[in-house]
Design a binder for this molecule. Structure first.
Ligand SMILES: [Zn+2]
Ligand SMILES: [Zn+2]
Length: 311
C-alpha cells in the first residue's frame, strides 16, 4: 500500500500531562510500519489513533529513559496476544541491553511474539523495504541514537518522452533494465525521482550528528524540550530548544519540521512555534497527541506540483 504518514501518539517529555502522553510515533512508509520510542501508555494511544500492532515490522528506541521506552512491555505483550504473524525487529542502544531484557520480560505472559532484537551501535545500518535505516549517536545523559530512513534515488519514465522516441510496451521494461534501447538512453526518457527521507532525533544537545541525521529530510521529527529562556539548562542536560531545532531544519534543508517532546513547565505551547518560526520558514508542525502528519509529496512529482499550485 502506498501511504507515507506519521501518527503522533505522544508528545510529553519526562512525565505525561493531561493533554500529552509520553512519547510514541508510528511511521507508516508503504508496507514498512515502524514504531519509534514507545513511552508509557503507547498501547492505549494506538487504540485511540485506530492503529493495530499487527502491521508493525520494526520498533526503534532512541534510549532507555522512561518517556521513550516504558511502553515496550505493553506493546510486546500485545504483539504476542494478537499473534502478529511476522517477525518484528527491535532496535535500541547496544549498551542498554539489560534494560531491554527487563522490559522484554517485565511480567508473566504467554509469549509467542517473534521479536528479533538488533541492537544499535555506531555505524548501524539495516536495509528495510523502505530503504536504508541508519543510526548515529547523539549527545544526552545516557547512550542515545537518532534514526534516519533514506529511500534510494531512482527515476520515473515520462510518457511524453517515451512517445516522442516511439518507445512503447515491453520495450519500456527493457530500457529500464538495461539503461539503453538502440540509441535512446534512460536519461532521455525519464526524470530523476529523488528518494524521500525521514529523520527522528530525540533527546540530545546540539551536535554534528543531529545535522547528519536531518540532512535533506522530507520529514524531520525532533525534540524541542525547552524555550530560549532555558537554553543554558537545555545544553547542560542534553536537550534542544525550539529555536535550535528549527535552525537545524533550516541548515539541513528539511521540508516538514515536527516539533515534539515538550517540557511540562510551559503552559502555552504556541511559544515553541513562535521561536521556531524565527529560524525556519518551511512547514512547521507543533505535535499534538493523535495528530497525523503526511510525508510531504515527493519533490518533482505531480502531487507536489498540484499542492504548489494550490498555495
Ligand atoms: Zn525524553
Ligand atoms: Zn532522555
Amino acid at each position: 500500500m502506498t501511504m507515507r504518514q506519521l501518527t503522533v501518539l505522544g508528545t510529553a517529555s519526562q512525565v505525561p500531562t493531561r493533554h500529552r502522553n509520553h512519547n510514541g510515533y508510528l511511521l507508516r512508509w508503504d508496507d514498512e510500519v515502524m514504531l519509534f520510542d514507545p513511552g508509557e501508555g503507547t498501547q492505549r494511544q494506538m487504540l485511540l489513533a485506530g492503529l493495530a500492532v499487527t502491521p508493525l515490522r520494526r520498533i526503534c528506541v532512541t534510549h532507555f529513559h522512561g518517556d521513550h521506552a516504558l511502553g515496550l512491555p505493553g506493546i510486546i505483550q500485545r504483539i504476542s496476544l494478537d499473534k502478529v504473524p511476522h517477525p518484528v525487529e527491535v532496535h535500541y542502544p547496544a549498551g542498554g541491553q539489560e534494560f531491554f531484557d527487563r522490559l522484554r520480560h517485565a511480567t508473566s505472559f504467554y509469549d509467542v511474539a517473534d521479536l528479533q532484537p538488533v541492537p544499535v551501535s555506531d555505524g548501524f545500518r539495516v536495509e528495510t523495504s523502505a530503504g536504508a535505516l541508519t543510526a548515529l549517536p547523539l549527545r544526552h545523559s545516557i547512550e542515545t541514537y537518532g534514526y534516519r530512513l533514506a529511500e534510494p534515488d531512482s527515476h520515473r519514465m515520462v510518457p511524453s518522452l517515451l512517445a516522442a522516441h516511439g518507445i512503447a510496451g515491453p520495450a519500456i521494461g527493457e530500457l529500464q533494465r538495461t539503461g539503453r534501447l538502440g540509441r535512446v538512453t534512460l536519461e532521455q526518457v525519464s526524470a530523476p525521482r529523488p528518494g524521500q527521507r525521514f529523520a527522528f532525533v530525540m533527546d540530545t544537545g546540539l551536535c554534528d550528528n543531529v545535522f547528519h541525521l536531518a540532512e535533506g529530510a522530507d520529514l524531520l521529527v525532533i525534540e524541542s524540550t525547552f524555550l530560549a529562556e532555558d537554553a543554558a539548562m537545555a545544553a547542560q542536560v542534553g536537550h534542544l530548544t525550539a529555536g535550535q531545532a528549527a535552525s537545524v531544519a533550516r541548515q539541513s534543508g528539511v521540508r516538514t519540521l515536527v516539533l515534539t517532546h515538550f517540557s511540562q513547565r510551559y503552559a502555552d505551547s504556541t511559544r515553541f512555534l513562535d521561536e521556531a518560526r524565527v529560524e525556519f520558514n518551511g512547514d512547521i508542525v507543533l505535535a499534538e497527541d493523535l495528530l497525523r502528519v503526511p510525508v510531504p509529496p515527493r519533490l518533482g512529482s505531480s502531487d507536489e506540483r498540484a499542492s504548489a499550485s494550490r498555495r
